[in-house]
Ligand binder design. Sequence first.
Ligand code: IMP
Ligand code: MG
Length: 371
Amino acid sequence: MSIIKLHDKYFKQYISEDKIQAVVKKMAQDIGREYQNETPIFIGILNGCFMYMADFIREYPGNCEVSFVKLASYTGTSSTGAVKQLVGVNQDLEGRIVVILEDIIDTGNTLEEIYKIFSDKKVKQLKIATLFFKPDVFKKELPIDHIGMSIPDKFIVGYGLDYDNLGRNFAAIYQLTTKPKMKNIVLFGPPGVGKGTQAAILKAKYNLVHISTGDIFRDHIKRQTELGKLAQSFMDYGNFVPDNVTIDMLETEIEKNPEAHGFIFDGFPRTPTQALALDKYLTEKGELLSGMVALEVPEETLVTRILERGKTSGRADDQDEAKIRHRFHEYHTKTEMLKDFYSEQHKYFGINGVGLVNDITARLSQVIDNL
Ligand code: IMP
Ligand code: MG
C-alpha cells in the first residue's frame, strides 16, 4: 500500500485489487442469475470501463454479447456537465436486453445521456450496472439497477479510472489525498559507512528527527529493559532483531514526534518486510517516503574503519573481525536488495561515501534538496 503521484496530485490506496475482484465477481453472478435463459448485450462506456468490463465478462456465467460506446465528460477532477458522444451505438438493438456497464456514476450527467442515447433504440430492457456510485453527488431521478460499491464524494483513480489520462493502469483504486508534508529519508548503506555521522549533520540542517534503530536498541540494552534484553540476544552476535520487534519499536519512536517535519531513518528498513511496513505506516498517515539515499564505500575500507571505531565505541559487534564479516554477510543477504525495492519506485539515490565528511554531506544535500 502506498501513495502515488499523477501529474500534480497525490493518491493513496483506497480499495484493494482483491476487494474489487470480489465485488465484480458478485455483480456478474447476480446479473447472470437474472438472465439465465437470455442473451443480454453488455455495453461498456469507454474509456473508464475497460478493466471492469474485462473482469465482469470473464466472470459472467451465461451467454452474452459485448459492445462499447465512448462518452466523455470529465476534465481534471471535475465533471464539465457537457457529455460528448465520441463513439455511438452502431448495431441493431431492437428487442434486446441491454445492460450498460459503467465504471462510475458521479453527478449522473453521463447516465442521463445514456438514457437519451438508448431511448429510441426499441430495446426490450435497459439496465444499468455501475461498479462505483457516489450517492452524495448524484442529482438525477434515474434508475440504477446494480451498484457494486457506493463510495464517498472523493476523486478516485485506478482500475480503468483516470486523472487527466493517467492512473488507468493500476489494479487497485486510489483516492485523492493531500500533498505529503514531511521529508522522510532512509539513510542507507553497509555497516560503518558513516550513516550515523551524516545523520547527525543532516538532522540539524533539515530540521528532521533522526531515528537510528541500532542506537535505540543499544539504549534499551544499556538500561536492560525487556526490549533491551531481547535485542541484545540477537545484536551481540551480529544478527538482526526480528522484524516485528523492530517495526513496533520504530512506530513507537515516530509517534513520540508528532510535530516532526520529517524523519531520517538510519538502520531501518533492513529487510523488505520492514520496507513494506514503513510504506504502509506512512501511507496511513498521508505521508510517503521521499527517498533512500545510500552511501557507497568499498567493503575492505569499511572493515578497517569499523575495527578502528571499535577501539573507542565500546560496541561488542565492532571489535571482532568475524562478527563484522557476519554483519556484512547479513547485509548482503537480507538488506542489499532494498536497493532494487526502492530503485523500482525511482527512489534510490547512490552517493560516493569515500572522502571528507563535509564533501559527503554536500553530495547528500544535493539529492535531499530535490526530494
Ligand atoms: P457523471 O457524468 O458526473 O456521473 O460522471 C461519470 C464519468 O465521470 C465517469 O464515467 C468517469 O469518466 C468520470 N468520473 C466521475 N468520478 C470520477 C472519479 O472519482 N475518478 C475518475 N473519473 C471519474
Ligand atoms: Mg466513464
